[in-house]
Design a protein around this ligand. Sequence first.
Ligand code: HEC
Length: 147
Amino acid sequence: MKKVILLVGVLAITLASCGDKKKEEVKKEIETVKEEVKVDEPTTTEEAPAESADAQVTAGKKVFTDKTCTSCHAVDTKVVGPSIKDIATKYAETGGNIVKFLKGNSDAIVDTDPGQVSIMKGNIDTILKDVSPEELQAIAAYIRSVK
Ligand code: HEC
């Protein structure tokens, strides 16, 4: 009788460890799959920047139009405000931060005439308050893309 119990016990242990092994194997397989997925990632991120830079410029152009910036800023002629080209050139030359200006955190560098500055300041305090940080980045990318 004791022997039978012992045998059952041994069997149970063997079965249990067998089950564990299977679990281990499945775990390993999952990890292998995970690693395979990881290997694929770099190729997708490598292609992303070029695509998203273009997408950002396109998005920025749309925000610039939708938020009526175009009523005072044309691509290469002065309307009420300086042309987009003049803004892009000035910011490229001086290494200025367009987003910072649009957030109201840096002074005008393109047209510093107080009357002109107050017109643009009016937009920063109104229209631009509703523009998300991502959209501000997109507007800046669009302005920088105009040459
Ligand atoms: C009512 C007319 C008007 C509208 C609308 C307008 N701007 Fe302006 N903007 C100006 C004037 C005037 C200036 C010149 C003063 C200045 O440079 O700050 C200017 C200047 C700028 C500059 C250059 C800032 C600098 O450093 O001198 C940027 C960038 C700019 N605007 C972005 C925008 C964006 C983005 C919008 C849309 C949300 C917009 N503007 C809408 C009139 C306008």
